[in-house]
Design a protein around this ligand. Structure first.
Ligand code: ASP
Length: 343
């Protein structure tokens, strides 16, 4: 069956070339000559049944330059083209790929098509590049019907032999071709010699109309506890109403030092309508407020448990919730599993 795929190139190592200053992204029309999937489309099994459309983000960037404005640009490009394609691929730098994947998952309501993010650890100009395999795999997931694969109607990440739910993923290596992992959630699919889908985990697609909710607040901070951390600077910015939300990466299962400074922080947050989205700094596992007496300070209605959410999904969800909902509704939405981001 014919599939149509829209590919958005945003930059990243995938398309980078060496310069005196280091690696920088190059233009798509140079890259495309290195991609056998497009150059020899007829040679590859079923690739001749795919219609590709390409666009490049303006400007193309190292993904360390991605921000909410870029997430909005990407989302709007997809939203504008949504009705005309079966699937979407976003080629993205790996450094902040998990943030963009998480942000997109919250922005899109009622998604019923695959949006696949991919990238690579070595540029496609390198003889040992992983970019060709990663992109080819992404083509299989986005162009599922040409390969007789079931649809994965989710924002997902295709990297090495993994298809991961985007808002469950983290970058785990700067070097390994297995660059991403989803420590609290099984793979949506495995891209081995055979492609195997974990059908019981995949969202079945929504019946309501697809929509876009693009606003993000940047009035947030991401705070990782460490032994001896003094929260006085944090208390002062809360009291001065400079922030509306804190992702607090607690110890283990949701633990904090038992001292008056942390109690003062919670009181300041309650008074100034600042939400604390509490997560764990362990990559694997969840927080359970109440399991240890050391989590007692977090028993407050300004604190929401992030359960087993990743740090990337917690931050983007908090930015998105503050950007779109009044204070009274934020607690509820943060504690709900809105896009499969937490269990
Ligand atoms: N610095 C690069 C980027 O995120 C790293 C990569 O793509 O692997 O754009």
């Amino acid at each position: 069956m014919m599939s149509s795929i829209f590919i958005l190139y945003t930059g990243g190592t995938f398309g980078m070339k060496k310069t005196k200053k280091g690696l920088v992204p190059t233009q798509w029309n140079e890259i495309i000559n290195y991609l056998p999937a497009f150059k020899n489309q007829n040679y590859f099994d079923s690739f001749n049944q795919i219609d590709f459309t390409y666009e490049a983000l303006e400007p193309i960037v190292d993904s360390s330059d991605m921000n909410p404005e870029s997430w909005n640009k990407i989302a709007e490009i997809i939203y504008k083209n949504y009705d005309y394609y079966h699937g979407f691929i976003i080629i993205h730098g790996t450094d902040t790929l998990a943030y963009t994947a998480s942000a997109l998952s919250f922005m899109f309501n009622n998604l019923d098509k695959p949006i696949v993010l991919t990238g690579s650890q070595l540029p496609i100009f390198h003889p040992r590049t992983d970019g060709i395999v990663n992109l080819s795999n992404a083509i299989y997931i986005a162009g599922y019907q040409s390969f007789e694969i079931d649809c994965i109607p989710e924002v997902c990440i295709c990297f090495n032999d993994d298809v991961l739910r985007g808002n469950r993923s983290i970058k785990v290596s700067t070097n390994d071709f297995e660059g991403f992992s989803s420590p609290n959630f099984e793979n949506l699919a495995y891209l081995e010699q055979n492609i195997t889908l974990n059908n019981n985990l995949i969202y079945s697609g929504y019946k309501e109309k697809f929509g876009l909710q693009p606003k993000f607040s940047d009035n947030v901070v991401n705070v990782t506890l460490f032994p001896g951390y003094n929260p006085s600077a944090l208390i002062s910015i809360v009291k001065n109403q400079k922030i509306e939300g804190i992702v607090l990466k607690t110890f283990g299962a949701g633990n904090l030092p038992k001292n008056s400074q942390w109690q003062e922080l919670i009181k300041a947050c309650e008074k100034n309508k600042t939400i604390i989205f509490a997560t764990t700094q362990c990559p694997n596992g969840r927080i359970e407020i109440g399991q240890y007496a050391s989590s007692e300070t977090l028993q407050s209605n300004c604190v929401v448990s992030g359960k087993d959410i990743t740090s990337e999904a917690a931050l983007t969800k908090l930015m998105w919730v503050i950007g779109n909902y009044p204070y009274e509704e934020r607690h509820d939405i943060l504690s709900q599993n809105t896009r499969g981001e937490m269990t």
